[in-house]
Design a protein around this ligand. Structure first.
Ligand code: ADP
Ligand code: GLC
Length: 497
């Protein structure tokens, strides 16, 4: 099967969050199952491509006032996956992907409309896929255009579209006059298509026009059909429930595995776990808090975008209690000023308890996964979440709120049966979080052997991408049934006989 991925970020070329990890790994898993996969990405300032050449010098993208001309760079093949980059410096050669701390770039609708149209036009020349697999609002115009402006294009008559929701919290909402600007017809501006409380909603359009919708865990697939998690689009999703599936993200164990991780001071495994202690010391040293007493205390790690989704207001609620507990937090994150200020304040008040680095730092993210004893994700909602699954592999016990992919990937620890991989709490409250942390600390201090069992349970879990990739293939094949294989010579001979 021939599959084109359209997404706005992908490791190692561009990243703000888990979407990049998924787009960096799933295509390879699909390719190793024998499929032909091409990934189209915007070429940002941060995108580094070696040995590239121009595949298409000029693609014409119409806007209401002028034509815009972008080129397509051939990024070559990596582990069987073809990469192309849409190059339009005026839109993408900027310091960030989507905006500055002050807010989103004001021309995001045009930026990603140009990107989506360029993907469709480039595919006509570089290879028409069986499936366009699009991700989040930035590529939402692909399924929308394919079923509207491109409905009569003979080239795409047997191409199907799959759209994956990575986060309902980001929908691509723009004022109505965006429509003519990006050359979309006004008849899309109705309640059953892209109109949403007087605005144009890119995500809504993709939910209406895609042949199949997926999201990144089973639980989140159910949650988003309710008012609590649907961000106003629960009705649209309910109406399409027969075409909505949840497939949990996987882990790229080439990147996230303590046995082979070159970013940590000492590699270790479930069989030889001693190296983790050295990683813990190194982690504390990174934060300048490596004195003896801290080495004996349990360390809770956090690596996160600072956003309302992540539940950090619960930490604010219990900060004074946390400060009294025998524990150290090492926190790495960047994003919304509100949460940045919160952690800076906690760090000022309790420097030994709330160690903080405000940054985007991949090396430190690996060191936290390896060096911490526990990993905290108190998310308000979490479509899939990746760090809790990375944590399992590193023997770093997750403490999570039972929502979305966190609930699907973590099993509560039961000290009696010795089963389970972490600690979960349900209610969205500081006290529920505090209870879970206390439970984890009690288990940590109580008995070394049973804590080790808990760590090993997690380290032995397998969330590799192949399983999820097979689920996606089932969906693709339902939409575009595989063509019967051409008869082999032997079969032909037999039929002639
Ligand atoms: P989300 O996509 O909502 O941010 P995920 O758990 O799916 O959440 O993925 C987050 C990814 O981004 C992980 O790979 C994580 O290590 C990485 N990440 C998040 N914040 C930072 C940061 N400040 N520095 C380095 N990596 C980060
Ligand atoms: C989103 C979600 C996160 C998910 C990631 C990749 O940003 O917040 O839960 O893991 O996308 O699918």
């Amino acid at each position: 099967m021939n599959i084109v991925f359209a997404a706005s970020e992908c490791v190692p070329f561009s990243k703000t969050g888990g979407l990049a990890d998924v787009v960096g790994a799933l295509p390879h898993a699909l390719a190793s199952l024998g499929h032909q996969v091409t990934v189209y990405l915007p070429k940002y300032k941060q995108t580094r491509i070696s040995e590239s050449h121009v595949a298409l010098r000029s693609i014409t993208v119409p806007f209401d006032d002028q034509y815009r001309f972008c080129s397509v760079i051939d990024g070559g093949k990596r582990s069987g996956v073809q990469f192309y980059f849409i190059d339009y410096p005026q839109f993408f050669d900027r310091d960030s992907l989507y905006g500055t701390p002050a807010g989103d770039y004001p021309d995001n609708a045009e930026r990603f409309a140009l990107y989506s149209r360029a993907v469709i036009e480039a595919s006509k020349i570089l290879g028409v896929p069986d499936i366009f697999h699009c991700h989040d609002w930035q590529s939402a115009l692909v399924p929308i255009l394919l079923r509207t402006s491109y409905a009569d294009d003979p080239v795409f008559q047997s191409t199907a579209t799959v759209f994956t929701i990575h986060n309902m919290g980001y929908q691509g909402l723009f004022p109505p006059d965006t429509l003519p600007l990006i050359m979309l017809p006004w008849d899309l501006f109705t309640m059953d298509k892209m109109e949403f409380w007087g605005k144009v909603n890119f995500l809504k359009g993709a939910l209406v026009f895609s042949d199949h919708i997926t999201t990144v865990s089973r639980k989140y697939a159910q949650e988003i059909q309710t008012a609590e998690f649907g961000f106003g689009l629960e009705g649209v999703l309910k109406a399409r429930a027969a075409n909505v599936s949840g497939i949990l993200n996987g882990v790229d164990y080439k990147e996230w595995n303590p046995e082979s991780d070159r970013l940590i001071v000492r590699q270790y495994s479930a069989v030889q776990i001693e190296g983790k202690r050295e990683c813990k010391y190194d982690l504390l040293r990174q934060f300048g808090i490596e004195d003896r007493k801290n080495v004996e205390l349990p360390v809770i790690g956090i690596v996160s975008r600072f956003a309302a989704q992540k539940g950090f207001d619960l930490i604010a609620e219990i900060a004074d209690d946390l400060a009294q507990l025998p524990v150290v937090l090492t926190i790495l994150g960047s994003g919304d000023k509100e949460y940045q200020d919160l952690f800076l304040k906690l760090n000022r008040e309790y420097p030994e308890k709330f160690a903080l680095k405000v940054a985007y730092d991949n090396v430190l993210a690996h060191k936290i996964e390896a060096g911490a004893d526990m990993f905290l994700m108190p998310s308000r909602y979490e479509p899939s979440g990746l760090n809790q699954m990375y944590s399992l592999k590193y023997g770093t016990v997750p403490i999570v709120r039972a929502t979305g992919g966190l609930d699907d990937s973590i099993e509560s620890w039961n000290p009696v049966t010795g089963k389970g991989t972490g600690f979960k709490f349900s209610g969205y409250s500081g006290s529920a979080l505090l209870t879970a942390i206390n439970e984890a600390l009690n288990a940590f201090f109580k008995e070394k052997q049973s804590w080790k069992t808990l760590m090993l349970n997690g380290m032995r879990k397998d969330f590799s991408w192949t399983v999820s990739a097979r689920e996606y293939v089932k969906i693709y094949e339902r939409l575009v049934p595989p063509k019967p294989a051409a008869p082999t010579e032997k079969v032909l001979e037999l039929s002639r006989a």
